[in-house]
Design a protein around this ligand. Structure first.
Ligand SMILES: *[C@@H]1O[C@H](CO)[C@@H](O)[C@H](O)[C@H]1NC(C)=O
Ligand SMILES: *[C@@H]1O[C@H](CO)[C@@H](O)[C@H](O)[C@H]1NC(C)=O
Length: 281
């Protein structure tokens, strides 16, 4: 009996340890010149990196290598930093880029893709900046996301289209027209594409081929919504000074999870759990 309860106790302890290490709930977001973090468990906000001297319209994270990637639109480069870190956060250069606006990482192939709005190009390089390649050229480009399960790259143009192509730029075609899209994200499980419609201020969604489009929710403000991060059936997005959490299942519901004193652009949700995949333990 004693042995049994000790055993149960130890199991419980291990369980609690795993849970407390696993269950992180953080939003990483960018304002002009800085990247911050909010701990949703206690509301604590801290600045991770500052003095970036640029607007940062997009953020992405690779759980395997533990890097946050972001484009510096006004400084013509792509940077990254290790996250989380016990010591001060410091950025390193990935590669130079001309006024990059948005990026997405491919966690399977260790690639970063980014859009250059005025050059009208999408480029790709390795996580360490090597092997930079032009993927495609189109109209002025804005948002970008990746369906790495089916190997499609999704992007938006300033001519109000959502388009997609293969990862090498081949086979590009239009999925949706008459939408001004500043943020794109994918729920690969439920096979839905999500985007921020800038003129109307709505979060919208369709099947991965552009059919069955719906308005999910209004952000209640127009022309301020940019960042989006799809995390299963939860979508985190930016809307002026606010970050919203939109739950799409079982019912659609939007709530403000944080209000900053400055305009928020990029948003990323970090749960700590994927650390289980390919990292220490
Ligand atoms: C688009 O995707 C939906 C859902 O997967 C599917 O039912 C439909 O047949 C597809 N349409 C086209 C034109 O491929
Ligand atoms: C938008 O406004 C409606 C009506 O006032 C409200 O019910 C909803 O919660 C608001 N949504 C957000 C994201 O603030």
């Amino acid at each position: 009996m004693m042995k049994y309860s000790v055993c149960v106790f130890i199991k419980l302890l291990i369980f609690v340890c795993f849970i407390s290490r696993g269950l992180q709930n953080k939003i990483i977001y960018s304002i002009h010149g800085s990247i911050k973090e909010i701990n949703l468990l206690n509301g604590e906000v801290s600045t991770l990196v500052s003095n970036l001297q640029s607007n940062i319209y997009s953020l992405d994270y690779d759980y395997k290598t533990g890097y946050v990637f972001f484009p510096r639109h006004n400084k013509d480069d792509i940077l990254r930093f290790r996250y989380p870190s016990d010591t001060a956060y410091s950025t390193e250069l990935v590669t130079s880029a001309r006024e990059p606006i948005a990026l997405v990482i491919d966690p399977l192939l260790n690639h970063v893709y980014w859009t250059e709005i005025y050059q009208q190009k999408i480029y790709r390089c390795n996580f360490d900046g090597t092997n930079k390649n032009l993927i495609l050229q189109d109209d002025q480009l804005y948002a970008i996301t990746l369906d790495y399960v089916n190997s499609w790259l999704y992007y938006s143009t300033k001519t109000n289209k959502i388009r997609r192509s293969r990862l090498n730029g081949a086979d590009k075609h239009t999925l949706k027209e008459l939408v001004d899209v500043t943020g794109l994200g994918i729920d690969a499980n439920k096979k839905r594409l999500y985007w921020m419609e800038y003129q109307k201020g709505d979060l919208e969604s369709s099947d991965l081929n552009g059919t069955n489009a719906i308005k999910v929710v209004s952000t209640n403000k127009t022309r301020t919504n940019i960042g989006i991060y799809v995390y299963g059936s939860k979508i985190y997005c930016s809307n002026g000074y606010q970050t919203l959490k939109v739950t799409v299942s079982p019912v659609t519901m939007a709530k403000v999870v944080h209000t900053d004193t400055e305009t928020i652009h990029g948003v990323l949700f970090y749960d700590g759990k994927n650390i289980l995949i390919g990292r220490k333990w």
